[in-house]
Write a protein that binds this ligand. Structure first.
Ligand SMILES: Nc1ncnc2c1ncn2[C@@H]1O[C@H](COP(=O)(O)OP(=O)(O)OP(=O)(O)O)[C@@H](O)[C@H]1O
Length: 253
């Protein structure tokens, strides 16, 4: 999405992080990931970093959207994170084509009347820690209380999925931050017993691979919960459960 106009999709600098804090069925409710809105008047002078200069959207979420209220209504929320242009992109003279206009709007730099609203939009200077705190932490704490939750990153190549989900020592991603939180919650809850099962899967070109077991390649997806329960005792054993992977918190890269 955040490509220079007319450039190839490789130049995208946007990552969609979608998270689901659903009740027991993973497919209970979905919402569209974004909606385009039209504005009656546009301030073309508004700076990419400023949200104050724009007029009110005609519909969809007002900019003052209260994410906590929305969370209680929606099972699926979609968060957008922009990455900064890389030094190479800057050298090549690439330009930002989409920018975060306030906390919920993604706006087209070249045609400001084109804009999309999301549950939350983070600009290029936002840290992964902040993205986690605002958009993912509640899924982790919910999972620790027994509510199924999924966090996954979706985006074009080089859009920042690995940076956001995996990160590095200096800037840990959502996965290490979630694991740290999970163990922190366990430590703070000595009167409860927890059972953690961890799987690390890759879905690449519709092929599911077990990243913790080199032999677990091209796993079959099965619907039969009976088989899944058997398999849980023997790790993934060559297949995973459709719709509900055998861990509460599923992180997909
Ligand atoms: N928010 C960010 N701030 C600074 N650098 C970033 C950010 N997001 C991504 N990058 C950098 O952009 C480059 C591409 O990011 P990354 O490898 O995470 O993309 P990806 O979506 O995982 O790509 P692929 O699908 O090809 O694996 C990396 O060099 C990464 O360090």
């Amino acid at each position: 999405m955040a490509t220079t106009q007319g450039s190839k999709s490789r130049r995208s600098n946007i990552t969609n992080n979608s998270m689901k804090a659903a009740a027991n069925s993973p497919s209970t409710s979905t919402t569209s990931s974004s909606k385009q809105f039209l504005e009656t008047s546009i301030d073309c002078q508004s700076s990419p970093a400023s949200s104050s200069a724009i007029s009110k959207p005609q519909y969809f979420y007002p900019e003052s959207v209260n994410l906590d209220n929305e969370r209680s209504k929606e099972n699926v929320t979609v968060t957008v994170r922009f990455r900064p242009l890389s030094p190479k992109e800057i050298r090549q003279g690439e330009e930002i084509a989409w920018y975060a206009d306030g906390e919920t709007i993604v706006r087209n730099e070249h045609n400001p009347s084109i804009a999309y609203a999301y549950d939350r939009v983070f600009g290029p200077t936002t840290t992964t820690r902040h993205v986690y705190d605002v958009a993912a932490q509640h899924v982790v704490s919910g999972a620790m209380e027994g509510v199924n939750g999924t966090i996954f990153a979706y985006g074009l190549t080089s859009s920042g999925k690995t940076h956001t989900m995996h990160g590095d020592q200096r800037s840990p991603g959502i996965i290490p931050l979630a694991v740290k939180d999970a163990f922190g919650i366990i430590q703070e809850t000595p009167n409860r017993e927890f059972l953690l099962r961890v799987s690390y899967l890759e879905i690449y070109n519709e092929v599911v691979n077990d990243l913790l077991n080199p032999a677990g390649q091209n796993l079959r997806i099965r619907e039969d919960t009976q088989l899944v329960e058997e398999d849980l005792n023997g790790q993934l054993n060559g297949h995973v459960r459709a719709g509900q992977l055998p861990i509460r918190l599923v992180l997909l890269l």
